[in-house]
Write a protein of this length. Structure first.
Length: 387
């Protein structure tokens, strides 16, 4: 059998109103001067002043200069804001971008240098050799699950390539998962972030590594999202569906400590080359990659089809194919484009992009744990099929 190491994440307060516990938690730890790290989108919403009004007893500064695919320089500026405020803690409020930057700010608060110097593939990578500043997470989207993750993903300002800072030290001390913080997410973003959560659960389950703990969580995460995502897109005020998607999102992020697959390598390439939203990129690519994976993972895909509610007639391969058909129908139901060429807004992805997409996807590490090996020629065929 060999020896396998399992570790599961942090304390989570889950449910409507959980955000109201933040001030008491920080004060109980002797923390009074938090830096609230959020993104430009949330900074413009009533949600921010409303949340700040619930942080009585704290002296809060706000850093909100964060974009959708966050840059390393934004993390560096966040750390400067932390020092300028003489802060003693970080509150991360937002989607994956804000929470990833919050982790990097907590790291740089106690470590020298710049964010990119801690990326695992940096030639002179600095050690994370002490505790980071205490930080707590409040997700406002149900997608990345960054609130329970051990990594921070920021893009190199020059190349736009995503860089990963990884350490269990980056885990939030406490997560306050409050579905009320997600009710104002518009339908298109609900759909895109929901497809991110669903993809995390699917890819981690299909990953061939041995981790039954993660497998159980991933299968249940798919079951929950399959029923809740269409409801959350159609009726954003439905707190039960919002809570289910928040749970599925966290489950996906817990599960993918096992690892991911080629959908994510494609999505990382699309974010790098075409600045495409990560969840939307996953959503567009997932059924195309699942068709590629069918011959290598039919049994597991049939099981995912069963929990998702796909038809259960015929052979294992037929039930796996029915799962792919279910994904295609789900995308249509929630407004995720079937193909890259159908994406509205932003710059279109074209045939001319394929060589650059193939190069970035091939270099990305996620596909190394795809159930079927993926060569540059395979990526070329996948992107061509998805155009």
């Amino acid at each position: 059998m060999g020896i396998h190491r399992f570790s599961f994440p942090t304390t989570i307060h889950f449910g409507p109103g959980a955000r109201k516990l933040v001030a008491d938690h920080l004060l109980s730890q002797g923390l009074r001067r938090p830096l609230l790290v959020t993104d430009r989108g949330i900074a413009a919403l009533p949600l921010l002043p409303s949340f700040l009004s619930e942080l009585s007893g704290l002296q809060v500064a706000v850093f909100s200069d964060i974009t959708g695919n966050p840059l390393a320089s934004q993390a560096d500026r966040g750390a400067e804001a932390f020092r300028a405020h003489d802060a003693d803690a970080v509150i991360g409020l937002g989607g994956g971008a804000a929470l990833d930057v919050a982790k990097a700010v907590a790291l740089l608060a106690t470590h020298p240098g710049k964010a990119l110097e801690y990326a695992w593939d940096h030639p002179q990578v600095r050690p994370m050799d002490r505790e980071v500043a205490p930080w707590v997470a409040l997700p406002t989207t149900a997608g990345t699950g960054s609130e329970v993750g051990r990594s921070s993903v920021v893009s190199d300002d020059e190349t736009h390539i995503k860089k990963i800072l990884f350490s269990p030290k980056l885990l939030a001390k406490v997560v306050f998962a409050d579905p009320e913080l997600t009710v104002d997410l518009p339908p298109a973003l609900t759909a895109a972030t929901g497809m991110d959560a669903l993809t995390h659960n699917i890819e981690s389950y299909l990953c061939p590594a041995y981790h039954p703990l993660c497998d159980g969580i991933a299968v249940e995460g798919v079951r929950i999202a399959a029923r809740a995502l269409p409801v959350a897109v159609r009726d954003g005020k439905n707190l039960a569906a919002r809570g289910d998607m928040l749970m599925s999102s966290m489950m996906g992020a817990v599960a993918f400590q096992k690892d991911l697959g080629a959908v994510h390598s494609c999505a990382h390439a699309l974010s790098t080359v075409a600045d495409l939203h990560h969840g939307l990129a996953n959503g567009v690519m997932i059924d195309h990659v699942m068709r590629f994976n069918l011959e290598a993972a039919a049994g597991k895909m049939a099981e995912l089809g069963r929990v998702a509610g796909a038809p259960q007639e015929g052979s294992e391969e037929a039930r796996a194919a029915a799962f792919i058909d279910w994904l295609v129908a789900l995308k249509e139901q929630i407004g995720i484009p079937a193909k890259l060429g159908q994406i509205q807004g932003g710059r279109p992805v074209t045939q001319e992009d394929i060589p650059a997409l193939v190069e970035v996807a091939s270099r990305d590490s996620c596909h190394q744990t795809n159930p079927r090996p993926c060569t540059p020629a395979d990526f070329e065929a996948l992107f061509a099929a998805a155009l």
